[in-house]
Design a binder for this molecule. Structure first.
Ligand SMILES: [Zn+2]
Length: 307
């Protein structure tokens, strides 16, 4: 009896281990990405920022309302541009938001334009996209991203090639090259008085000098956490590379981005992914010492800063 019971326990344990491994494999392949119900920490700060944006012409001319990670509501020349919406965890089966989010995604639906740099689930979250107005103008950096946007119900989707420009009222939007592990573009937004380069995920590269020469943006939003698969090159800039990129771009304002996640999966953090923790803080400290004359913006989630 004892032997049969021991064998049954061993079989049950083996079955549980196999199920666990299969679930882990499916999770790390993205099978559960963007599906977790989010808890929204506070909508007060975000609501105040949105009200300020409505009330003040100066903020409409140029501002960044920071949502979290790479999700920002940019306002330039009176046009509201939402970058890379990511709301729902996890991504890559391994990463979550570091902080609670400042508002429900419907709070972002005031955007005139969505700019999606690439297909990764922390930049083009299908569940978040489904909250956006169906007819919102959506500019994307790859065919796969266009498909994600259309699958989420968006109908006005334009695939942008590097250096392609278009106008939305008084705003010129130009797609610029990006260096990542999947096809991607960044975006430069230029109004009469303000201009912003939103880099998405990119490493440093020769395009930065060309962006400066062709478009001379005044403000740059750069990735800083240096995320990459172990044993491979970085998929985005780390803090030091972003400092060098700021100098190359010759901007007078810079904001760290792509730096508000934590690796919740112990297998992923032990064997698969590597990134710099507290990367925005590290970037701000390096900028204070090494970027004289450049203003470093670092709004908290839900806060708005004028450009
Ligand atoms: Zn990416």
């Amino acid at each position: 009896m004892a032997t049969r019971g021991t064998r049954r326990n061993a079989l049950q344990l083996g079955g549980a281990v196999i199920c666990g491994l299969l679930l882990e494999r499916a999770s790390l392949r993205g099978g559960f990405d963007n599906t977790r119900r989010e808890v929204f920490a506070s909508t007060d700060v975000f609501a105040r920022s949105l009200a300020a944006l409505d009330a003040h012409a100066e903020l409409r001319a140029g501002s960044i309302l920071h949502f979290g990670h790479s999700t920002h509501l940019l306002s330039v020349a009176g046009v509201r541009v939402l970058t890379d919406p990511w709301i729902y965890d996890p991504v890559f089966g391994a990463l979550r938001h570091e902080h609670g989010l400042p508002a429900h995604p419907s709070g972002l639906a005031t955007a005139d334009v969505l700019c999606l740099t690439h297909e990764h689930p922390d930049h083009a979250d299908p569940t978040a996209l489904a909250h956006m107005p169906r007819g919102a103008r959506c500019l994307v950096g790859s065919a796969r991203t266009a498909q994600l946007a259309r699958d989420a119900g968006l109908t006005d989707v334009t695939l942008m090639e590097p250096w392609q420009s278009l106008r939305v009222r008084e705003l010129e939007i130009t797609a610029v090259p990006a260096l990542h592990d999947v096809p991607e573009v960044g975006f430069v937004l230029r109004g009469a008085e303000r201009s912003v380069y939103y880099a998405g995920d990119t490493r440093e590269g020769p395009a930065l000098l060309e962006i400066r020469a062709r478009l001379s943006p005044r403000t740059a939003i750069l990735p800083v956490d240096g995320m990459h698969r172990k044993g491979t090159q970085r998929m985005t800039m780390g803090p030091e590379e972003a400092i060098a990129a700021t100098r190359t771009l010759g901007v007078s304002q810079v904001m760290p981005s792509h730096a508000e996640t934590f690796l919740h999966d112990p297998i992923a953090s032990a064997f698969l992914w590597e990134k710099k923790d507290d990367a925005a803080k590290a970037f701000v400290a390096l900028a204070a010492a090494g970027l004289p004359g450049v203003v470093c913006l670092n709004p908290a989630a839900g806060e708005i800063v004028a450009l």
